[in-house]
Design a protein. Sequence first.
Length: 155
Amino acid sequence: MAKVTIVNYVRFVRVFPKDRLANGPATLSRLRAEDVVRFVQRQAPRLHLKTAKLLTTALRSFLQYGRSCGDVRLDLAAAVPLVANWSMSSIPRAIAPDQVRHLLARINRRTAVGRRDHAVLLLLARLGSRSSEVVFLELDDIDWKGGSLSVRGKG
């Protein structure tokens, strides 16, 4: 782990044992999933979104390390809740099938550009491809006889 990462994580990790184990000595083996969840629920609302996400990442890393050392008995890293990201929540996740059909019908497929646009939109709409996946497609990625497509993208 890089030194700058450790420095960023330490400010959150120092607060956690004090907060959760205030009633006695800081014994990590006494931690439970509820302790982890309550800590994040109390801390995250006070923080900026990116800082709250850094808090949960630091906490997961700390708990994984504690488990690898044998100080934490349970997989408490899995108990760290995700920080909700509500930015741009009003943007729809998809358009309705009728809207897709209407859009495809409006494309002039008599031109090369129109055929290309139609193919791109079909990949996006029917296969759920990401725009970056479509951008990087090459003719060699298409198995015409087998009817399959090799996609390079996320993961």
